[in-house]
Design a protein around this ligand. Structure first.
Ligand SMILES: *[C@@H]1O[C@H](CO)[C@@H](O)[C@H](O)[C@H]1NC(C)=O
Ligand SMILES: *[C@@H]1O[C@H](CO)[C@@H](O)[C@H](O)[C@H]1NC(C)=O
Ligand SMILES: *[C@@H]1O[C@H](CO)[C@@H](O)[C@H](O)[C@H]1NC(C)=O
Ligand SMILES: *[C@@H]1O[C@H](CO)[C@@H](O)[C@H](O)[C@H]1NC(C)=O
Ligand SMILES: *[C@@H]1O[C@H](CO)[C@@H](O)[C@H](O)[C@H]1NC(C)=O
Ligand SMILES: *[C@@H]1O[C@H](CO)[C@@H](O)[C@H](O)[C@H]1NC(C)=O
Ligand SMILES: *[C@@H]1O[C@H](CO)[C@@H](O)[C@H](O)[C@H]1NC(C)=O
Length: 292
């Protein structure tokens, strides 16, 4: 029986391929006449030029409408969130429990505050130039970019402003006794003006929700728990790379059973604090307990 499939030699295959590449009988190159190839090439060249043009145009339009100094979408954040340190968050609740006669236990709290302050700490050289234009009690509006590297100045916030809660005089932050410090931070929002530009500074007000008789006194640092107006508005990470969040520390004098549930709220009429869906909007609630 003859084989159905003819065995072809390698030379024959090469010849076939040669015919495919250039067929002299009907003058085609890879199955098409050269003029057709020219048309096809022109078509693709035009196609890619149009595609590249469209892509470049859309990128250009996007870049043109984007302000590099501000994120485009920040419509969700109208009111700032508030956080507290030492951040011993246990699920969603902030429990500051420590044993003041157990060094290992209270050191955990004071170390946490120490690390927090180091992280928040500043680039001093850049401040020195800015301080002359920082006026306490006044917003620090800056239309131009006058700081080095086309940026804006930021007012200084130093650890020593936290007074007896700065950790400078008492490195235990009060945790070796019953007068612990809690540090409150309000998150920054670009262009946010507390009290809507009326010139009243926001301040932290802590209230005891539970265990009134266990709290003797609450001291605020800086005085009155004020977040000075010169830290506002915040212009964004790129415009104000040296910005430091102002902080407020609260020294809580615990008495009797030394246990309480406390709410600290940043008070300003345009800071909401009753958002059911965001319990950290405008306030922070924590449990504090000093055992011995
Ligand atoms: C606190 O620490 C002391 C000393 O380590 C210990 O005797 C005491 O039982 C601890 N108190 C509590 C409530 O754990
Ligand atoms: C302070 O403000 C004045 C007037 O606006 C300006 O000329 C000066 O450069 C500012 N200084 C700094 C360090 O920003
Ligand atoms: C800081 O603490 C010291 C001693 O504990 C006290 O004498 C002083 O009045 C406190 N300072 C402030 C601003 O409360
Ligand atoms: C806590 O530590 C500070 C600073 O080291 C010290 O002055 C203070 O007496 C200590 N307090 C207690 C209750 O041990
Ligand atoms: C805030 O101030 C601006 C202009 O000063 C005003 O248009 C706006 O209604 C004010 N908003 C609130 C909530 O008071
Ligand atoms: C702090 O809040 C409490 C309870 O809401 C209120 O009674 C008190 O007057 C407030 N203090 C200040 C300084 O606003
Ligand atoms: C703190 O508040 C009191 C009373 O409201 C006020 O007299 C005092 O000037 C305030 N101090 C500061 C530094 O804001």
């Amino acid at each position: 029986m003859a084989t159905l499939k003819e065995k072809r030699t390698c030379a024959q295959r090469c010849e076939d391929f040669g015919h495919f590449v250039w067929n002299s009988d009907n003058g085609t190159l890879m199955g098409r006449t050269p003029i057709k190839w020219v048309y096809i090439s022109l078509y693709y060249v035009a196609f890619y030029i149009v595609m590249t043009g469209l892509f470049a145009l859309s990128i250009y339009v996007l870049m043109y409408t984007l302000d590099p100094y501000e994120p485009d979408y920040q419509d969700r954040l109208h009111s700032p969130g508030v956080m507290a340190w030492p951040d011993t968050y246990n699920d969603l609740d902030l429990d500051i429990f420590y044993n003041m006669s157990d060094q290992h236990s209270w050191m955990k709290m004071s170390e946490c505050l120490k690390h927090f302050l180091v992280r928040e700490s500043p680039l001093r050289s850049v401040w020195d130039a800015a301080t002359e234009n920082c006026t306490q009690g006044h917003y620090f509006f800056q239309k131009k970019f006058e700081a080095p590297g086309h940026t804006k100045w930021a007012c200084p916030f130093t650890q020593s402003m936290l007074g007896n809660c700065s950790g400078l005089e008492d490195p235990s932050f009060g945790y070796n006794g019953s007068e612990p410090c809690v540090i409150i931070k309000m998150n920054r929002i670009i262009n946010f003006l507390p009290n809507n530009g009326t010139g009243m500074a926001p301040y932290v007000n802590c209230t005891v929700l539970d265990g009134h008789k266990n709290v003797g006194e609450m001291e605020y640092f800086p005085k009155n728990g004020t977040l000075d107006l010169s830290y506002f508005p915040y212009y964004g990470r790129k415009a104000q790379p040296t910005y430091i969040n102002p902080l407020v520390a609260v020294k809580i004098h615990l008495v009797q059973e030394r246990e309480a549930k406390i709410q600290c709220r940043v008070v300003a009429h345009n800071i909401a604090y009753q958002n059911f869906y965001d319990p950290y909007e405008g306030k922070v609630i924590f449990h504090i307990r000093a055992s011995s």
